[in-house]
Design a protein around this ligand. Sequence first.
Ligand code: GLA
Length: 382
Amino acid sequence: MTRQSGVLLAFLALLIFTTPFCANGAEGKVQVSDFGKTDDGISVQRYVLTNNKGAEAVVISYGATLVSLKVPDRTGKIADVVLGYDTLDGYEQGTSYFGGTIGRYGNRIAGGQFTLDGTAFQVPKNDGPNSLHGGTIGFNKRIWTAVDRSRADAQVLELSYTSPDGEEGYPGTLKVKVTYTLPAETNELRIDYWATTDKDTVLNLTNHSYFNLSGDASQKILDHQLVLHALEFTPVDSTLIPTGEKRAVQGTPFDFTKPTAIGARINQDDEQLKFGKGYDHNWVLERTEKGGLQLAAEVFEPTSGRVLEVLTTEPGIQFYSGNFLDGTAKGKGGQLYAYRTGLALETQHFPDSPNHPNFPSTELKPGQTYSSTTVLRFSTRK
Ligand code: GLA
C-alpha cells in the first residue's frame, strides 16, 4: 500500500465512523434547505434542529418563524405539536401569525397611538381601531439572517433583523436578535431575544406558536388542561384593549391556578369571555423577587400524555384559545384549522403598555439592551 492510499483509507475510515454521530442530534449542525422564494424573489431557508431525545424544531428565515416542533407522546410516538403551513406562500398570505416572531410590539396598542418623550407616534391600525402585533408588516413577515451557533450540548440557530428608524411608524433603528436553542439531552426549546435602539422606542417581542399537544390539529384544544401561574389578569374593553385594571382571577373563569380544562368554562356568560370570543387575555404572572426564568404556564393533553411547561422572564402571558380560527387557514398536510384547534401562550409585557404608566414599562433607550427568554419544556405523564 502506498503512503497516499494509506492516508486515503484512514480518511475513509474516519468518515465512516464519525458520520452516524454527526447525523445524530447535537453532534451535528443545524440542517439547512431551501424553503422557496417570496413574492419579491427573496430566498428563504428552512433550518432543522434535532436532539438525542426525539425532538425536532424547524425554523424558517421568513419571520424567524417556528414552523414545526416534534416531540414524543407517552408511548414515544413523535408528532408535530404546532400549527403552521407547508409552504412559504402560506406564511406570506397568512393572517394568524402561526409560529412567527412578533414585533415590534406584540399584542395591541390602542388607536395605534402612543407618546414618547412628548412626541406622538402613530402606528398602523390593522385590528379594527387598534394596532396589533407590530402593524401591517410585522417582524413575522420580514426576512431574517440566520447563523448556526450550535455547540457540543445544543443546536442553536441565531436570527437577526435590523428594523429601520420609522418602520411601521416606530422610532429608532432597532437591531434584533432571536436564538432558538434545542439542547441535545432535553426536550425543550429555548427562545432568547435581544434588541438595541439608537432612539427611545417601545417594543414587546414574543413568539406566536399555536399548540395542539394531541399532535392532531383536527382535534379541538378544549380538553387540554391548563395551569397559569397568575392571580390576576388585565380585563379588556370590547376591542381587547386593557382597561388598566388588574383583576383577581379568583371566582372567575380566568382562574387557572389549578389544572382546568380549557373548555370547562369557556362558554360561560361572562363579559370578558364575550369580548375575547373565548380566552384572549393577558395574565399577570406571579413572579418572585429573584427574577429570571420562572414557570408561567403548564398544559397537559390527556390522550397523548404530553405536557408543556412555559417558563419566561416576562411579566405577562397572553392565553389565546384560537377563537379566530375558522377553518379557512389551510395548514400543514392540507388540514383546515378549525375553531379552537390551537392555543397560543404568548409571553409578553402587557398589551397597550405605552398608554398605561401603571404597567411594567416597554421602553428601550439607546445604550440599553433589551433581553427576554422563554423556554418551552416538554415531557409526558400518565
Ligand atoms: C393574539 C391576539 C388575538 C389574535 C391572535 C392572532 O393572540 O391577542 O386577538 O389577534 O393574536 O389571530
